[in-house]
Design a protein around this ligand. Structure first.
Ligand SMILES: [Zn+2]
Length: 168
């Protein structure tokens, strides 16, 4: 009897250890794919590395970083952007940006729970409309022609959020 109990306890320990390891692993996996600002999963074609007030974040798209900079009154500098058509990493200063198109890259159902635990539609979405990067002006123009939005270079794209900084 005592032996049976200890066998069961051992089995339970193995199961718990397995769950702990699996939990750690999935936490680790998530942390690499989630936006450092809005916590939603990063679309591999729209991910951006940005410095907001000098602090580096992996964010879901340039728009999310710009919104954060505007809300926190901090300057935004892009370190690396992703080509929306190929998923390749691009130097932000050589990329072209489409801002305000109809495309939403972040997985988001536009709902959230309020304090009463009721589902609420959000009127404001920090990542919408998204800002997407392209390797060439032609590709950015073609995307904007199909999906709407304005084609901007890096300087123009960040002009709003960094305007206060430039004046100081
Ligand atoms: Zn985000």
């Amino acid at each position: 009897m005592a032996r049976k109990v200890s066998m069961a306890a051992l089995g339970l320990l193995v199961v718990i250890a397995g769950l702990l390891i699996a939990g750690q692993w999935s936490l680790h996996r998530h942390s690499q794919e989630v936006c450092g600002i809005c916590a939603r999963h990063i679309n591999p074609k729209a991910g951006v590395i940005a410095e907001i007030g000098g602090v580096r974040h992996h964010v879901c798209c340039a728009h999310c970083a710009v919104t954060e900079g505007l809300q926190e009154h901090k300057p935004v500098r892009l370190i690396e952007v992703t080509d929306f058509s190929t998923g390749r990493k691009l130097d932000p200063s050589h990329a072209w940006y489409v801002d305000g198109s109809r495309i939403v890259a972040c997985v988001h159902d536009m709902t959230r729970l309020n304090e009463m635990k009721q589902v609420e539609k959000t009127a404001f979405d920090r990542c919408s409309p998204g800002t997407f990067a392209f390797a060439s002006r032609e590709e950015a123009d073609a995307f904007a022609g199909k999906n709407g939005g304005a084609v901007l270079n890096l300087e123009k794209m960040l002009a709003g959020v960094n305007a206060g900084e430039a004046k100081q």
